[in-house]
Design a protein around this ligand. Structure first.
Ligand SMILES: *Cc1c(COP(=O)(O)O)cnc(C)c1O
Length: 379
């Protein structure tokens, strides 16, 4: 099956009992056991639920993995992946990862004795130099948020294999429509399915997917032990979202290319950050490992122009955090999604005060362009 067919027919595509083509929501916490000790398939919904299992089979398939695990949020999935490691273990982490991941590392996991070194994962030498005796994994995002930096998953996985480390990739921004980290050599893929996989800004969910039998067993154990599982209603909603990932991404990406061209030729814009920008240093790697450039872009207004006035002037494009939904969303990282990072560190990482991030939706492209045009006349 090709990708768009897998989205719709992958996993468990019909209910065995009834033939229902939409897997039912099994809203049951426990399951009748007909004999004592009979090892029933379903016993308790934290351990396993038929609706969640259908979702997990589907996501394993679309990420070219063998096992998928669904969690209550992307953060819970990332926490489960880090829980594979123990006090005294060291992990190399990308310097531009999601803010909540930084918070989890610095404010929670360090208290449990995990050690971290933060590096720019675009720099393969820096990644390799950060590996030490007790290193167990490399954790990265590509493209990153909000500057859309691209790292070479295959090259990083090769370094990891040389030192017997696991490679973990947060694939939220690219989505499996564009990029399959497991195929490029990674061991675990994590997602905030709240974003493109759900796709309609109506569900918070997370996923971890692997193609390694031993890791799968450990993740199943952790999912059941920690207990931050996705409920059956949200599992169903997420499955419904995933079915249209292909058609949504096609329009998302067409619109993004049009908006990129518009912004690049706008004399009020200083810089546009987009993996499809041929002048960006990540362009060749993006072309190699992604089948499309995604639908996120960021841009800086020329000095002296007010980014707050600009985003507040937009009428169709919503001023909001989050991303990946059908509606276009805009935000200013320095005062919204990335405001918890101290200003000097933020500036050092290249996130300027005038940077604007745009999650391009699937509206008519001419309406989006008209909206941007009228906002530019306000500044
Ligand atoms: C949103 C996001 C997360 C966290 O996911 P939640 O579902 O909000 O917990 C992790 N990684 C990336 C790249 C994200 O955008």
């Amino acid at each position: 099956m090709k990708f768009n067919t897998k989205l719709i027919h992958g996993g468990i595509s019909e209910d065995k009992e009834t033939g229902a083509v939409s897997i039912p929501v099994y809203r049951s916490s426990t399951f009748h056991q007909h004999v004592v000790g009979g090892e029933p398939k379903w016993e308790y919904s934290r351990t396993g639920n038929p609706t969640r299992a259908a979702l997990e089979a589907l996501v394993a398939e679309i990420e070219n993995g063998t096992n998928g695990f669904a969690f209550a949020s992307g953060s819970a999935a990332i926490h489960a992946a880090f829980s594979l490691f123990s006090a005294g273990d060291h992990i190399v982490v990308g310097n531009d990862v999601y803010g909540g991941t930084f918070r989890l590392i610095n404010k929670v996991l360090k208290r449990f004795g995990l050690e971290f070194t933060v590096v720019d994962t675009r720099d393969l030498k820096a990644v390799e130099s950060a590996v030490q005796e007790n290193t167990k994994a490399i954790y990265l995002e590509t493209p990153t948020n909000p500057l859309l930096h691209v790292s070479d998953i295959q090259a990083i996985s090769e370094i990891a294999k040389r030192y017997d480390l696991k490679t973990i990739v947060d694939n939220t921004f690219a989505t499996p429509y564009n990029q399959n980290p497991l195929t490029l050599g990674a061991d675990i893929v994590v997602h905030s399915a709240t974003k493109y996989l759900g796709g309609h800004s109506d569900v918070v969910a997370g996923l971890a997917i692997t193609n390694d039998e031993k890791i799968a067993q450990e993740l199943a154990f952790l999912q059941n032990s920690i207990g931050s599982v996705l409920g059956p209603d949200d599992s169903w909603l997420l499955m419904r979202g995933i079915k249209t990932l292909g058609v949504r991404m096609r329009v998302h990406q067409e619109n993004t290319q049009i908006i990129y061209d518009f912004l690049r030729n706008n004399d009020k814009v200083a810089n546009v950050y987009y993996p499809g920008n041929p002048d960006s240093d990540g362009y060749e790697i993006a072309k190699k490992q992604m089948s499309g450039f995604g639908a996120m872009l960021s841009f800086e207004l020329k000095e002296g122009l007010d980014p707050k006035k600009f985003v507040e002037s937009l009428k169709i494009i919503d001023l909001a955090e989050s991303l990946g939904g059908i509606e276009s969303l805009v935000e200013i990282p320095s005062v919204m999604t990335h405001s918890s990072i101290p200003r000097d560190i933020r500036l050092k990482n290249g996130i300027k005060d005038e940077l604007i991030r745009l999650s391009v939706g699937v509206e008519d492209d001419s309406d989006l362009i008209d909206d941007l045009k009228q906002a530019f006349t306000q500044i």
